[in-house]
Ligand binder design. Structure first.
Ligand SMILES: [Zn+2]
Length: 500
């Protein structure tokens, strides 16, 4: 995300860019058992069965989930941890926004969001649990006996989520209800231990493993629903509709509701592209950008392995946000005079399907890895679609300009690309370094490696880490494997990476 802020920052340059772009635009113009028995390429260690009801008056989601979790580590687990992100919205002093954003996002004044855990069972027996961590965003479950390597447990959680009136990732505005990061999701356990990072105000502070989902979601009939996964059944009950939704190999599950959604669909390489717009605003364009992005990234990096992708106009203050099979696009972009920002944000968020969604990474520890690749993939989209000169213009006048602006005017600036979210002081710093300088690094890498080897490396990176989580070192190794030159110096110079 963060694109809108960046567009604002580089306003002067964008003015020029819009003009030339406008002139030149359109030149070319299963069940649990199945999960563990079938061969999945990733490490799909969890299966979620979620039942939830959305209550419109109170903006509550009443839910329960049965989560089958397999301990795939070679260590026994004395505790099981899940993130319960809605609690990040409970206390005004801890909400995941920067101070200066608060008046804008809470446009009706502050109101809390939260998750209440009603009941926790492990293998059908009640167990002790504790809500803990920064802003109470972690749920710790205490099994009566440690969960052994290879053991499968069933965790049942009854919960209720209050959505806040806020135009962030989770919450609702005047047009849409954004139900994201809403259910208890397993924390990642790996050789570094449990990853229990809080919901930081900067970046996209999430880290998860892929899982499969069977969700039933009940909403009032006057709402239209956009979702991760595939809707397999729609059942009407009085004034309500119950949707059955399945998703496989996804690392999160998000839904957006609106009474004003109009849906336009098309196909790209056999994948359904769904554009949900508010009252049909710029529906044709949003759909076209979605189709173009899907085709371009399929060709560049490898084929998108799901059946659908939804491009969803949302009440969201920051440009866009990526979830598996679903991208939130700020509704304000659909009413701007210029079409470029809408296209840029849609292309960027769709590129995240490859870098974040399918190939995952720890977005707290190494946020550059998906963000810089995604920003660069966005440039490649413009290059493929409009030609190298347009890509060059965006690169010079937006990407490099923002970085130079930051370098010239920001005192006490940090310059390291490879840093954890904790080490960034502001979104301005984050955006200039992770997005812009990050994309500048990928450009250098592309030149060093040469076009063919660079593309081959990205393709292998995609295939090798599909449905898994990659690290900077994994990315380096694949680039090096495909490069005739020694890339160590470039990686050290730009990322300050250590090869010890
Ligand atoms: Zn992004």
């Amino acid at each position: 995300m963060n694109i809108k802020r960046k567009l604002k920052l580089s306003g002067i340059f964008l003015g020029v860019l819009f003009l030339s772009l406008l002139i030149q635009s359109f030149i070319d113009n299963n069940g649990v058992q199945g999960v563990f028995n079938k061969t999945v390429r990733g490490v799909e260690s969890a299966h979620y069965q979620i039942k939830a009801v959305f209550k419109d008056e109170e903006k509550l989601v009443d839910g329960s989930q049965r989560l089958t979790y397999k301990n795939t580590a070679d260590k026994e687990l004395n505790y099981l941890y899940l993130h319960i992100y809605p609690n990040a919205f409970m206390d005004k002093s801890k909400v995941p926004f920067e101070e200066e954003e608060l008046d804008n996002v809470y446009y009706n004044g502050f109101n809390p969001g939260w998750i209440k855990i009603n009941e926790v069972k492990l293998n059908n027996k009640r167990v002790d649990y504790k809500v803990m961590g920064d802003a109470s965003t972690v749920l710790r479950i205490s099994p009566t006996t440690a969960v052994k390597t290879g053991e499968v447990v069933e965790i049942y959680i009854g919960f209720k989520v209050q959505l806040p009136n806020v135009i962030g990732r989770m919450g609702y505005g005047d047009n849409t209800v954004n139900i994201t990061n809403w259910y208890p999701i397993m924390a990642v356990f790996n050789e570094e231990g449990w990853h229990l990072d809080p919901y930081f105000p900067i970046g996209d502070p999430f880290y998860s493993e892929v899982a499969s989902y069977e969700v039933t979601f009940e909403i009032p009939m006057d709402y239209v629903l956009a979702t991760t996964g595939n809707i397999t059944k729609k059942q009407e009950k009085k004034n309500r509709v119950i949707y059955s939704i399945n998703a496989e190999n996804v690392r999160d599950f998000a839904l957006i509701l609106s009474k004003d959604f109009q849906l336009a669909s098309a196909e790209a390489d056999g994948i359904a592209i769904n554009a949900y717009t508010l009252k049909g605003q710029r529906s044709d364009l949003a759909l076209q950008y979605g189709v173009d992005a899907m085709k371009i990234f399929n060709e560049l990096f490898g084929v998108y392995p799901y059946q659908q992708l939804s491009v969803v106009a949302s009440d969201f203050f920051l440009g866009g946000m990526e979830y598996p099979n679903l991208v939130m696009i700020s509704e304000g972009l659909y009413t701007m005079k210029e079409e470029f920002p809408l296209e840029y944000v849609i292309a960027h968020e769709i590129a995240h399907q490859w870098w974040y969604g399918i190939v995952g990474n720890n977005e707290i520890k190494e946020p550059w890895l998906d963000e810089a690749l995604t920003e660069y993939a966005t440039l490649m989209y413009f290059e493929k679609k409009y030609g190298a000169h347009i890509k060059e213009q965006i690169f010079e006048k937006m990407i490099k300009a923002q970085y130079n602006n930051y370098i010239n005017f920001e005192a006490d600036r940090g310059e390291g690309i490879l840093r954890s979210l904790r080490e960034f002081d502001s979104s301005m710093e984050y955006s200039s370094i992770v997005y812009s300088k990050g994309a500048m690094f990928v450009e250098v890498l592309r030149r060093e490696m040469g076009e063919a080897d660079f593309i081959e490396a990205l393709r292998e990176y995609y295939q090798s880490f599909m449905f898994k989580n990659a690290t900077t070192l994994d990315f380096y190794e694949i680039c090096q494997k495909h490069s005739k030159k020694d890339l160590k110096a470039v990686f050290i110079e730009w990322l300050n990476i250590s090869f010890e």
